[in-house]
Write a protein that binds this ligand. Structure first.
Ligand code: AMP
Ligand code: ZN
Length: 112
């Protein structure tokens, strides 16, 4: 999608700090980290949010979770939180599906 911030990051039109990349997904550090480790994993295919996951595009979500397991191990993070905000009220600000991976500090529950 031409006017999507994360599509531009995938295309290299906007710089990012890459953590991992393969043919299906891209991972990069969040520009405004909320924990000592905070990166985002996004599908290369534009999907607006987890509310738009369906039978035809769901495989990339499973793949992203294998990437999260692998990258966190590489980073030496063994306890972490995976978050996907869906919609404005939940705090979604970029409408390209992304999974926040946060770790390296104590977490509280419930989230704010
Ligand atoms: P959300 O608010 O859940 O939609 O998450 C969007 C995330 O994207 C926020 O945590 C932002 O800090 C992050 N973000 C926005 N622009 C960039 C960027 N250019 N590079 C890296 N992270 C970004
Ligand atoms: Zn996009």
């Amino acid at each position: 999608m031409s006017d999507c911030l994360f599509c531009k990051i995938i295309k290299g039109e906007i710089p990012s700090s890459k953590v991992y990349e393969d043919e299906l997904c891209y991972a990069f550090y969040d520009i405004d980290p909320q924990a000592p480790v905070h990166f985002l994993v996004i599908p290369k295919e534009h999907i607006a949010s987890a509310a738009d996951v369906n039978e035809s595009n769901a495989a990339v979500v499973a793949h992203i979770f294998t990437v999260i397991a692998k990258v966190t191990k590489q980073l030496g993070v063994d306890s972490y939180r995976v978050v996907s905000n869906i919609g404005l009220q939940a705090g979604q600000s970029v409408f390209h599906l992304h999974f926040h991976v946060l770790g390296g500090r104590d977490m509280t529950w419930p989230p704010g």
